[in-house]
Ligand binder design. Structure first.
Ligand code: RIB
Length: 316
């Protein structure tokens, strides 16, 4: 039986400054604290999956700089297979400049660096792990042709393909959407992708556009799930009440925990998607309670606690 998850995506070092409120255009505000933490949507989702106990492999690129060293040490310490993370000479690792306001709202600016060099050849090089994977999970912080190669490789080897279309592209070609079993945008990304403000209509457009299932994450309102087999029936996934301090990587926690749940369950079967989305929503909620991307990602026990209504242990 296939097991495990392959994440094809970005790795960034996040430079995070906390502020009382986000600056307006042209305005300077005083920061409170600065911290550098590992992040990047690909790395976050790989760590989120690994912390749910799933064998996880990462395909991506780091630079030949100290940030690249930090990022590869994170992969190793999380026991993520990093054989297919390529170190690119003379290129910087990806970085993100993040401001986080009181209450958790943020702004994120990413310089792709080495992430811009992840190629279809990197995906081809990882064929051996993709052949063993139950889920191939990817995002849009690497070149689109590489995303397409990852989805295609997943389809060819019988893996479930999951796309987190973040950051959103105005429109994704139908040939890419048709390679996606589960697409997981947030509300804004769903609107950018489809032009629909209403999440249910956006989910309908994504399913009509070729994806098998759309799960639109709605932040503190939970999520909405729509399957192509029953496009008239959107399922609401309820939220978990938490006190948010930083929403960075909440979507990544959702995607990693969802992918882990789908890889563990027998797919397709009744209730598997809703169960996965519920675990994703719980993981996303927990991630908002801690500052920073990778440091905020919950493990399986945390998610089980929140699902059972028990208090979640404070993250280290
Ligand atoms: O999704 C959160 C991530 O987006 C951050 O960790 C940052 O690196 C950007 O890629």
């Amino acid at each position: 039986m296939k097991a495990g998850i392959v994440v094809v995506g970005s790795l960034n070092l996040d430079h995070v400054v906390t502020v009382e409120r986000l600056p307006l255009e042209g305005q300077s505000v005083a920061g409170r604290n600065y911290v550098a933490v590992p992040g990047g949507k690909g790395l976050n989702q790989a760590v989120a999956s690994a912390r749910q106990g799933l064998p996880t492999a990462m395909v991506g690129c780091i630079g030949s700089d100290p940030a690249g060293e930090i990022l590869s040490r994170v992969l190793a310490s999380e026991e993520i297979d990093l054989r297919f993370v390529r170190r690119t000479e003379g290129v910087s690792s990806g970085i993100a400049l993040i401001t986080v306001a009181a209450g958790g709202a943020n702004t994120v600016v990413v310089a792709a660096g080495a992430n811009g060099t992840v190629s279809p050849a990197d995906v081809a090089h990882a064929t051996s792990v993709i052949e063993d994977a139950a889920v191939v999970l990817t995002q849009l912080e690497i070149p689109l042709r590489t995303v397409e190669a990852a989805l295609l490789a997943g389809r060819r080897t019988g893996a479930l393909t999951v796309l987190n279309p973040a950051p959103a592209h105005a429109a994704l070609p139908r040939r890419i959407l048709e390679l996606v079993d589960v697409i997981v945008p947030n509300e804004t990304e769903a609107q950018i992708l489809t032009g629909q403000r209403d999440p249910a209509k956006a989910a309908g457009a994504l399913v009509g556009g070729g994806c098998q299932t759309a799960i639109v994450t709605l932040g503190s309102k939970g999520a909405l799930l729509l399957e192509s087999t029953d496009p008239a029936r959107a399922v609401t996934v309820p939220p978990f009440a938490v006190t948010a301090v930083d929403t960075t990587a909440a979507g990544d926690a959702f995607c990693g925990a969802l992918a882990a749940s789908l890889a563990k369950d027998t797919f397709p079967a009744d209730g598997v998607l809703v169960r996965g989305a519920r675990r994703g929503a719980a993981a996303g909620a927990i991630a908002t309670t801690v500052l920073g991307a990778v440091p905020s990602l919950p493990d399986a026990a945390d998610v089980a606690d929140l699902l059972a209504g028990r208090p979640v242990a404070a993250r280290k």
